[in-house]
Design a protein around this ligand. Structure first.
Ligand code: FAD
Ligand code: EPU
Length: 309
């Protein structure tokens, strides 16, 4: 469906026939870590453009807040959601909300695009006094990426506020509910590269002040996190043999690794489960620190960062 063309001095760039924007760009600029080489970026605004973008090997980019992208760049296309995938309809859906649905304070919204930035969405929900998602405050994701990871804090997770979601893959489009997915801590159960294009939120009527109060509590728990460029926590908190979850940050700290550096990447002195870019770090620097942590911490830990490729 798309034709590769070559411009002088550059790698081939495809031309979209459905109108998707296609450019070769450094992916680091789309990530919170700020690291990563070039790839072909497809910015899609509707389902026809998305279908064309998915016709060759691809990766789906959200807010780039959990990514370490290879210095050499990527051979796959990188798809960005825009247009109708970045629109927000928070109007309660009369067919799914209200006392006749068994919960007078409960409501289900219209569709919210997977490409909608979560922080702005949470500000809107707070102003409306709609509760259930405020525990995710401070997560710099897009809604689709937050759903895919089931991002959360100990004050709540993304699946607390989901009614249903639309998922698109090369096999087609389906609408599912959380009950259809095998979701858990930091995991939605959605297969990789199945794209969350939009979701209906399952919320509860509260007041702006009460929602703000819970956001403030969740924000306070972040005060010890570093302010530098970072993809957030490097490792999931591991489950110990007794079934309890141990903070990965404490384990890395106890291994004496705070402040360790590789090139311009550093294990944050503020919180040992964060790797920060001091300016000019490379993906190789970050990989070196991840390997150091794996070697020195005695407990097997699962990576939370996504390494591309
Ligand atoms: P990306 O980083 O762009 O991508 C991550 C993965 O999601 C990739 O596999 C990507 O393909 C997939 N993806 C993205 N969009 C979609 C989509 N529409 N459909 C399907 N798959 C998609 N995480 C927490 O859980 N809790 C926290 O408290 C937290 N705090 C953070 C604080 C900071 C300062 C930073 C930088 C990160 C933090 N994170 C936290 C990590 C990160 O924000 C989450 O993992 C988040 O879910 C990533 O979402 P994203 O949209 O940025 O996705
Ligand atoms: N700790 C240390 N040393 C450190 C870091 C932490 O001893 O260097 C100790 C703290 O003193 C505390 C415990 O470890 O007793 C837990 O630390 P914290 O309260 O910071 O919580 P966390 O488990 O490290 C989790 C999430 C964060 C989320 C916060 C706040 C994971 C892997 N991390 O951190 O999520 O923001 O709670 O709710 O679940 C992320 O997933 O990217 C992320 C940032």
């Amino acid at each position: 469906m798309s034709v590769p063309v070559t411009r002088a001095g550059t790698q081939p760039v495809s031309v979209s026939v459905t109108g998707a924007g296609v450019r070769r760009e450094a992916i680091g600029r789309y990530t919170t870590l700020g690291v990563g080489g070039e790839a072909e970026v497809w910015t899609v605004t509707d389902h026809a453009q998305l279908a064309e973008a998915m016709s060759a090997p691809y990766r789906i980019l959200g807010g780039g807040s959990n990514l370490v992208v290879a210095d050499e760049g990527l051979t796959e296309r990188v798809i960005r959601l825009a247009g109708q995938f970045a629109s927000t309809d928070l109007t309660p859906d009369p067919e799914r909300s209200g006392p006749e649905h068994g919960d007078p304070d409960g409501l289900v919204t219209g569709w919210v695009g997977g490409g909608v930035p979560l922080p702005g969405l949470l500000r809107k929900l707070q102003r409306l006094g709609y509760s259930n998602l405020e525990g995710t405050v401070g997560i710099p994701a897009q809604l689709g990426g937050a759903i895919w990871m089931n991002a959360g804090t100990r004050f709540g997770e993304t699946f607390d506020g989901l009614h249903s979601l639309e998922i698109v893959s090369p096999e087609g489009t389906r609408v599912v509910t959380p009950d259809d997915l095998n979701w858990s801590y930091r995991d939605s159960g959605i297969p990789r590269n199945h794209i969350v294009t939009r979701a209906r939120l399952r919320l509860r009527r509260s007041t702006p002040d009460a929602v703000q109060e819970r956001m403030d509590a969740a924000d306070t728990a972040r005060k010890g996190q570093p302010k530098n460029r970072t993809p957030g926590c490097a490792f999931k908190n591991p489950t110990l043999p007794d079934g309890a979850r141990a903070p990965a940050g404490r384990l890395i700290d106890e291994a004496g690794l705070k402040g360790s550096r590789a090139g311009n990447a550093m294990i944050a002195p503020e919180h040992a489960n964060f790797i920060v870019n001091l300016g000019g770090a490379t993906a190789a620097d970050v990989h070196a620190l991840l390997n150091l942590i794996r070697e020195r911490v005695g407990v097997p830990m699962e990576l939370e960062y996504e390494l591309w490729p």
